[in-house]
Design a protein around this ligand. Structure first.
Ligand SMILES: [Zn+2]
Length: 460
């Protein structure tokens, strides 16, 4: 017997064939969807199920974020406005000024933000993930944990794109050891809700030996692996100088491309690289909102046409996948000069089934259909900025707000219900992270009075 039926709702299935079911229902049995269809039919077929009132609500497949760095919420309102790599000349990273406990709070806040926007699955790419994996898993999100590795030797003021000073076998084995430990501990944890990916953080800090080991770690567990690729002009220049070829070609030479790879960004690639990436069927995660802030639109239509699978992600500072979908639509229309493509339905597809394919999880998540995991979110359509809602996907993408999300379910469990995130004190967490951010940035500025900080910070 199904545990619950969301009835009398507008159901956006995420499947092109059935598209939107007006007065529809979704039945949930344990952690999976058992039926999707007209409300009267689904309710009649499931007597005794708990009925969730979906009147005035639209149900969407949960959004899937393929590229996040949760603790980077610390840099909100700072690094968005200084390019990439950010042009803030501090001799140390801001992340060296927060404690382990504070990092856990930052990551947990990022997870709460993700849930509030309708995200149900998130790939977190970072070093030292074991520190906060448990707290983030406790929020109920479906997670893919990608522990960063590298063997390029870098200093405390390193910025992505710069060349390392050398390569260290000892560093390689330490970091791969950490990634191995994370797989042993977390891959398949929490009833399969948490899985892992292997990760080489940056092309410029990855030797051929490291790339081979990252790929083999993923193969051993049958998972994908990820890397930042062609994310800045500086990275392209550095790799050309170090390896004599452009970043994608360096990865191709080392047998790193292919459908197992989820390459993040892929902004600065030439035609030859697009062809190589497409032929290898490499998966790509596109972060349109962050790319736009950095004044670039990656050649996503060309990569898609060449054969790449493309999903969407947020990247630094924010976990707002709604903003990502709207940015994907607007930036691609500007880039291609078409006012009719993509359509709102396309960007919802990219953030759901597209991202599911990019993560190689399309048989489990990405659409509302029987047999898939019960990962979904509900929005309130009775809002001044949304009505009339005859074409809800369009209303939502063009005019919606993250705050329209009322309830979010992951793996059959409500992780947000009627506007409240379940199982934690959100107000206290927000206060705590505000304090952490103020203290860390004020300390940074005080420690380095010689660095002219271009922002007027409010008192710490
Ligand atoms: Zn990133």
């Amino acid at each position: 017997m199904p545990t619950s039926v969301i009835a009398n709702a507008t159901v956006v299935t995420g499947l092109a064939a059935s598209d939107v079911i007006h007065d529809g229902a979704v039945a949930i049995n344990g952690d999976v969807i058992s039926a999707v269809g007209p409300s009267a039919e689904v309710v009649a077929a499931n007597p005794g199920a708990e009925l969730v009132d979906g009147r005035g609500r639209a149900v969407f497949p949960g959004l899937i974020n393929c590229h996040a760095h949760l603790i980077n919420v610390l840099s909100r309102g700072i690094t968005e406005d200084f390019g990439f790599p950010p042009d803030l000349p501090f001799p140390v990273s801001i992340y060296s000024l927060v404690s382990d406990e504070e990092k856990i709070a930052l990551a947990t806040l990022g997870a709460v933000e993700a849930i509030r926007g309708g995200t149900t699955t998130l790939l977190e790419m970072a070093a030292g993930l074991d520190l906060y994996a448990s707290s983030v898993a406790d929020t109920g999100l479906r997670l893919i944990l990608a522990e960063n590795t590298d063997d390029g030797v870098i200093g405390p003021a390193y910025r992505p794109g710069q060349p390392p000073t050398g390569f260290s076998e000892e560093q390689r084995s330490t970091k791969l050891g950490r990634a191995n430990d994370l797989f042993s501990k977390w891959h398949g944890a929490r009833d399969g809700r948490i899985t892992c990916f292997a990760s080489a953080q940056l092309v410029e800090t990855s030797s051929p030996g490291l790339l081979a080991e990252v790929r083999s770690l993923a193969e051993r567990y049958g998972t994908g692996y990820t890397i930042h690729l062609a994310q800045s002009r500086l990275e392209v220049e550095t790799v050309l100088a170090m390896r004599g070829v452009r970043p994608s070609n360096y990865l191709a030479e080392n047998d790193f491309l292919g459908p197992g790879l989820l390459a993040a960004h892929v902004r600065y690639v030439d035609e030859g690289e697009i062809a190589v990436l497409g032929r290898s069927r490499t998966h790509i995660t596109h972060q349109p909102a962050m790319a736009a802030l950095r004044a670039v639109h990656p050649p996503i239509p060309a990569l898609r046409d060449a054969g790449c699978v493309v999903g969407l992600g947020t990247d630094n500072n924010t976990q707002d996948m709604f903003e990502v979908m709207r940015s994907a639509l607007r930036t691609e229309r500007v880039a291609t000069g078409s006012a009719t493509s993509p359509q709102p339905e396309d960007v919802v597809e990219w953030a759901t089934m597209g991202s599911a394919r990019a993560l190689r999880m399309e048989d489990q998540i990405g659409s509302l259909e029987p047999g898939k995991k019960a990962d979904l979110f509900m929005i309130n359509m009775r809002r001044a900025h949304l009505v009339p809602t005859m074409r809800i996907v369009s209303s939502y993408i063009h005019n919606g707000q993250t705050g329209d999300v009322e309830s979010v379910m992951v793996d059959g469990n409500w992780v947000m219900r009627d506007g409240g995130v379940v199982g934690l004190n959100e107000v206290d967490l927000i206060d705590e992270v505000d304090r952490i951010g103020r203290r860390a940035w004020s300390r940074m500025v005080a420690m380095h009075p010689d660095v002219s900080f271009p922002l007027n910070l409010s008192p710490g």
